[in-house]
Design a protein around this ligand. Structure first.
Ligand code: G6P
Length: 472
């Protein structure tokens, strides 16, 4: 067996310039944090965009050299690619459609043109290094055409595709003017994975309604090639999150936080800036808490981190302004001389601070309107080594299918979220421990290593299935 080539729009690290020098930092988002831990095995390679526009060939070479040291290969995007393929088609068409916000979608033909061109750019990068017995593993909605583009050149190569965001109902998906081309190219893969059974089911119904395929259960035969569609819920590096709170640098951070927040109960909220994350609804629930239950004033705080993301896309810019307004409003109404209800930070956090916050927070509030999986919920659970703490989780997150011992809420029901916060803040230690133990056993059993293994084993089985069908 050859090497595994992972391909995603974004590499697990991004390049930025500091005092004229290129430096690397970890990328945000579930895909990068999840897979970032495991890709550096054997001679595997990860291909993707290093996250900034690079102008000169000299700089491109320098970056490629630095990335090669850690098994990464850059695909450079021009400003036009960034505008039309990344911000445009990926984040103004596919993202809103897959997160059930069709009115946010902008079906601009120039975006589609650029999406096709950039997918072809990624294909060329793969073709430069691929060998016949390699395994190609493509990730996410930015590269839906890539399986078909590679299959056209290498009819027998092994291709896995995994979508990390939801797949919508076929009634929403079919709104996309280029739905046929997208589905046909996705079927270039041998195994198509989603986080949940429902996402797989929605995908199969789009395929069977829009394409002339033959399907038996989750095996789709298209152009005489069987393709398997299945769910593989992604896990995290549980051991890493479990051990971090014991590290001195994290202990120092915890002590620092304790100095500022001693005596207050902390509810933690952490997301990328995104309208799919339900940040405004969460703030509304907090507003209700203080309005209807003033006994929590001066007692409970919301520690809210929003990690900057896609802030050049208009909807994201608007959301950021709205969050600023709502946070200001809540703080100005309820704050006292020595207490503020919402501690809001619009920035990235270091792994140490993140671990310290997971350890400190009595409650973690994860209420997306829609989320493929949501790894924050799993990270919080893995970090709670003494089995205390309460997770409040949206039923619209893929993780809710596994983390059934969390308090599960409908993210649109702010009264329910408010009640869940009260329930969490008053939960007995025994009940916290009972729930957290069960959650922790799920998170550690179905961790990232398990996810990679079951996906890869299945991909191997699918190849055998295809060969046996060919032989008949
Ligand atoms: C989600 C997506 C990833 C994406 C990440 C960050 O987790 O599934 O594909 O990389 O968000 O978004 P960005 O646009 O910054 O890459």
């Amino acid at each position: 067996m050859g090497k595994t080539i992972i391909i995603s729009n974004r590499l697990p690290v991004k390049i930025y310039k500091n005092n004229g020098e290129f430096e690397l930092k970890q990328s945000e988002g579930g895909l990068a944090t999840g897979l970032g831990a495991i890709y550096r095995q054997a001679d595997n390679i990860w291909i993707g965009w290093p996250g900034m526009e690079v102008h000169t060939n000299e700089s491109k070479e320098e970056i490629a050299k630095r990335l090669a040291e850690i098994n990464l290969r850059p695909v450079f995007l021009t400003q036009e690619d960034i505008n039309c393929y990344y911000e445009g088609f990926s984040n103004e068409v596919m993202w809103p459609i897959c997160h059930y916000h069709p009115t946010y979608a902008k079906f601009d033909p120039a975006y589609w043109q650029s999406y096709q061109e950039v997918n072809a750019k990624f294909r060329d990068a793969v073709l430069q290094i691929v060998e016949p017995d390699d395994i190609i593993w493509i990730h996410d909605y930015q590269l839906l055409l890539l399986p078909g583009l590679i299959r056209a050149v290498h009819p027998d190569i092994t291709i896995g595709f995994f979508q990390h965001i939801p797949f919508p109902s076929s009634e929403i998906f079919r709104l996309i003017p280029w739905r046929i081309e997208i589905l046909e190219n996705m079927l270039g893969a041998d195994l198509i994975g989603f986080h949940t059974f429902d996402d797989a089911r929605h995908f199969i119904s789009s395929i069977t309604r829009l394409l002339p395929v033959h399907s038996v259960s989750n095996v789709i035969t298209y152009n005489d090639r069987p393709v398997v569609v299945e769910s593989f819920p992604m896990g995290i590096d549980d051991k890493k999150f479990e051990s971090m709170p014991g590290e001195q640098s994290v202990v120092d951070q915890i002590n620092e936080l304790k100095q500022s927040f001693d005596g207050f109960k902390m509810v933690l909220s952490i997301d990328r800036l995104d309208y799919s994350k339900g940040i405004l609804q969460r703030l509304e629930a907090f507003d209700l808490l203080f309005q209807q239950h003033p006994e929590y004033i001066g007692e409970t705080i919301l520690y809210m981190i929003v990690v900057p993301s896609r802030d050049t896309v208009p909807r994201y810019k608007e959301l950021r302004d709205e969050i600023d307004k709502v946070v200001g409003n809540i703080n100005s109404r309820y704050r006292t001389l020595n207490w503020s209800p919402v501690h809001y930070y619009y920035r990235s956090v270091t792994p140490d601070l993140l671990s310290a916050l997971y350890s400190m927070a009595e409650v973690c509030l994860v209420t997306p309107m829609r989320d493929g999986m949501n790894l924050v919920s799993k990270e919080y659970v893995a970090s709670r080594t003494n089995n205390t703490g309460v997770l409040i989780l949206s039923e619209m997150a893929g993780a809710a299918k596994e983390l059934i011992d969390a308090i599960i809420v409908n993210p649109n029901n702010t009264h329910e979220i408010c009640q869940a916060i009260i329930q969490a803040l008053n939960m007995s230690r025994e009940e916290q421990q009972q729930r957290m133990k069960k959650l922790r056993s799920v998170v550690s059993k179905f961790n990232i290593r398990h996810w990679v293994k079951i996906y890869m084993d299945r991909l191997n089985e699918v190849k055998h299935l295809q060969e046996s069908m060919k032989a008949k």
